[in-house]
Design a protein around this ligand. Structure first.
Ligand code: CTP
Length: 418
């Protein structure tokens, strides 16, 4: 799977706190993304989790001693530091935080932190009073001012049994933030992309609505990948079975009318609009304030909703934004011909055709099989793939249409870890 973490050299520093066990999960998830993960452990971390566990998960022996990698000609931590694309320290204890703030270098983690130019992500975890102590707060500010990304801590149950601030952020959140950190300077940085996602709900009364099967997974994949490539992303979303990603501007819009208003408001600051939402074509003529009773009859009168892309086309004629509009076409017959005429009718530069009759693609699943049609006559049929990979292809094509060179994941420094 294509993702911004694949093939990246990621150093994970583990310091001595009870949350060190969560770092095992973090490393496992990072390895699953295809990243090369090298763990560095403090002495106290090894009292909580063994180096063997991390070694088995990452396939690389953790570094526990400053001189472990010394091989006569090369100084281990310096080589590692130069090859790293990202340095994560999770959990970060108050003690190691203080060492980092002071620029100390007597442990593998602190020496590597001083020697690397890779971005630093720290996820502190400690007892509430330690976290709130002015010394700790001053130290974390120092790190943030030097450019480190501080993730967490979160409020919740602590090892002491009490409730308070100090829990390590969840591994999935640390990975999302790592993706955002790596996205800085990405190939789509400077672009503003607005994506509509999910299904709409048209209310009949306070408890009933007309909806559709859209899960929002394709729109969320587009938002996440666009964010990872460095774009500023607006996600206008209706009903979804997945959460909108962090690091994007989230705008909730449940009805077709809400989608219309939210999308038009964002157009003056949008370079690329991607309309992935399944927007209702009809809505009840009347929305009742109170729940309808059985005896009020079985007939519901419907009327047309606004066509968002049509309105986008009209506003675009006046303001010249967005530069590129991408639509989706969910078709069940005459796929190519229908999609092509939809692209022309809605005046799109690109349309992504979904065959919604397939069970392994489209609604609700993580994979999709699409054909990308462009207004210059291009047709690209992609095999069944993960929705994030589909998103990558769409964004790659969009950038190509803007006349920019193709997207490569942000180039890293150095080569793979030993
Ligand atoms: N769309 C829109 N406004 C609507 C309905 C759809 O902007 N009221 C957008 C969708 O987000 C999608 C594209 O138009 O990008 C095509 O959606 P689709 O439902 O396939 O097309 P319709 O215009 O509804 O055409 P038809 O029902 O005739 O197939």
């Amino acid at each position: 799977m294509m993702n911004i973490l694949a093939e990246k050299n990621i150093l994970v520093g583990v310091t001595g706190g009870i949350a060190a066990y969560k770092s095992v999960d973090l490393c496992s998830k990072l390895v699953q993304t295809g990243a090369n993960v090298q763990v560095l452990m403090s002495q106290t971390a090894q009292r909580f989790v063994s180096a063997l566990t991390f070694g088995a998960i990452t396939g690389r022996e953790p570094i526990t001693d400053l001189f472990q990698l010394y091989q006569g000609d090369k100084i281990g931590h310096v080589t590692l530091a130069h090859q790293a694309h990202l340095f994560i320290i999770a959990p970060l204890t108050a003690h190691t935080l203080a060492l980092l703030a002071q620029g100390m270098a007597d442990t593998p983690i602190t020496a590597t932190a001083l020697s690397t130019t890779a971005p630093l992500l720290v996820a502190p975890a400690m007892e509430t009073h330690m976290w709130e102590h002015p010394a700790t707060q001053a130290n974390i500010r120092t790190l943030a001012e030097r450019g480190a990304l501080v993730v967490g801590p979160e409020a919740g149950r602590l090892a002491s049994g009490g409730l308070g601030m100090g829990r390590l952020s969840e591994p999935a959140m640390i990975i999302e933030q790592a993706r955002i950190l790596l996205a800085r300077q990405g190939p789509l940085s400077g672009y503003r992309i607005t994506i509509t996602s999910g299904g709409t709900r048209e209310w009949l009364d306070p408890v009933r609505y007309m909806g559709n099967r859209s899960s929002g997974k394709m729109g969320v994949a587009l938002a996440r990948v666009a964010r990872d490539l460095g774009a500023h992303v607006n996600l206008v979303y209706g009903s979804m079975t997945v959460d909108p990603p962090v690091g994007v501007n989230q705008v909730k819009a449940m009805r077709a009318q809400d989608m219309l208003e939210a999308t038009l408001a964002l157009l003056p600051e949008t370079d690329i609009l991607i309309s992935a939402a399944a927007i209702a074509d009809f809505r009840p003529v009347v929305t009742y304030d109170t729940k309808l009773k059985k005896d009020s009859g079985a007939e519901i009168r419907l009327e047309r909703t606004p066509d968002v892309l049509k309105a986008v086309g009209e506003l675009r004629d006046r303001i010249g934004m967005p530069t590129l509009v991408v639509g989706f076409a969910a078709e069940t017959s005459d796929l190519l011909a229908n999609a092509r005429s939809k692209m022309e009718r809605k005046r799109l530069e690109m349309i992504v055709l979904n065959d919604v009759t397939a069970t392994d693609a489209g609604f609700g699943v993580d994979t999709n099989r699409v054909t990308i049609l462009t207004s210059d006559g291009g047709v690209e049929s992609l095999p069944l793939m993960d929705k994030e990979d589909v998103a990558y292809h769409i964004l790659h094509r969009a950038r190509g249409l803007l006349g920019a060179q193709s997207i490569g994941w942000s180039p890293g420094i150095g080569s793979a870890l030993p």
